[in-house]
Ligand binder design. Structure first.
Ligand code: SAM
Ligand code: DTB
Ligand code: SF4
Length: 331
């Protein structure tokens, strides 16, 4: 199985042996479940406060009509889903949503756009959003697609803390999911983000029909970035009607939830200091599986009743879950 040996430090990373060979990550996946949980919890407690989970609220600042062909995504113009193309939200609406997220207890606000990448005229209003959201005292994150030279620096100068750009899956499964951008394009954007001094938020999706070896390949790819991402969203595929992945998996067994929990645990063990985010799919996973994910070392969630275009547990449900599990928000 291929690992693209190129992290944020480019040639240096290519020269060195990978910190996490795919085979070593696959061995973690193969551990007896209790042993894997124990190791993940051990690593977690050595690097993070116990029973504390960071809360990030998402907003879609530009929904739908995207030119790309990511097979999982309801926002691709070529997929016939119920998501229509909308205009960009105005700055005031975004700031009002950020204020509400802060009042509800979020510490980070993440602005997402359905673009291949931002054009300069699109970036200007986003910079204004970042400045104003940052001024509210929230950590800021944006996910706008591929960045060109200079754009990460503009975002940094506006006050952006994190840039989210996912690798999505293992290099050897990627071609089955996306054709309009290459794995190397994603690594290039991650280099730009890192070189501008922004924190990196980078993860992927499981449950797209990949093998366990390919899940190990994704985690190895993330863990071998040098340095590894500060924030690692692990998404469970949300199957949306009209997307190719909804059709492809129709009638096939969905991913075993315990395999999702294993993926979280392996991310925790291989990236000890990262915030590992239990991301899309929480509503479908239900409370017991989420509890196992926290046990496996997840310490961040998306908080608020919407992700970008699909649903997420509402704030009251998450407050009840946190009370039940004795969790509190990370400041
Ligand atoms: N357009 C930008 C891009 O692709 O880089 C930013 C937004 S895009 C929606 C952000 C991420 O959301 C994707 O990289 C993917 O990992 C995740 N995502 C999109 N649709 C999803 C789905 N149906 N289930 C799980 N994760 C999904
Ligand atoms: C990430 O890894 N997951 C979020 C965020 N980064 C931008 C997006 C999940 C999207 C789920 C499908 C939707 O709501 O459209
Ligand atoms: Fe577009 Fe991003 Fe969706 Fe891909 S994941 S289709 S780039 S919005």
């Amino acid at each position: 199985m291929t690992t693209v040996l190129r992290g944020s430090r480019g040639a240096d990373a290519a020269a060195a042996a990978p910190r996490w060979p795919v085979a070593a990550v696959a061995e973690l996946f193969a551990l007896p479940f209790a042993d894997l949980m124990f190791r993940a919890q051990d690593v977690h407690r050595a690097h993070h406060p116990r029973n504390a989970v960071q809360l990030s609220t998402l907003i879609s600042i530009k929904t739908g009509g995207c030119a790309e062909d990511c097979g999982y995504c309801p926002q691709a113009a070529r997929h016939h889903t119920s998501v229509d193309s909308e205009a960009m939200l105005d700055v005031d609406a975004v700031v009002a949503a950020a204020r509400a997220a802060k009042a509800a207890g979020a510490s980070r606000f993440c602005m997402g756009a359905a673009w291949r990448g931002p054009k300069q005229r699109d970036l200007e209003p986003v910079l204004a959003m970042v400045r104003k959201v940052k001024a509210l005292g929230l950590q800021t994150c944006a996910t706008l697609g591929m960045l060109k030279d200079g754009q990460a620096e503009q975002l940094r100068d506006a006050g952006l803390d994190y840039y989210n750009h996912n690798l999505d899956t293992a290099p050897d499964f990627y071609g089955a999911i996306v054709s309009t951008r290459a794995y190397a394009d994603r690594l290039d954007t991650l280099d730009r983000v890192r070189d501008a001094g922004l924190s990196v938020c980078c993860g992927g999706i499981v449950g797209m029909g990949e093998s366990r070896q390919q899940r190990a390949g994704l985690v190895a790819q993330l863990a071998n970035l040098d340095p590894y991402p500060e924030s690692v969203p692990i998404n469970h595929l949300v199957q949306v009607e009209g997307t190719p992945l909804h059709a492809a998996l129709h009638g096939e067994a969905a991913l075993d939830p315990l395999e999702f929990v294993r993926t979280i645990a392996v991310a925790r063990i291989t990236m000890p200091k990262a915030l590992v985010r239990l991301s899309a799919g929480r509503r479908e996973l239900g409370e017991p599986v989420q509890a196992l994910c926290f046990l496996a070392g997840a310490n961040s969630i998306f908080y608020g009743d919407r992700l970008l275009t699909t649903g997420n547990p509402d704030v009251d449900a998450d407050r009840a879950l946190f009370a039940k599990l004795g969790l509190s928000p990370l400041p």
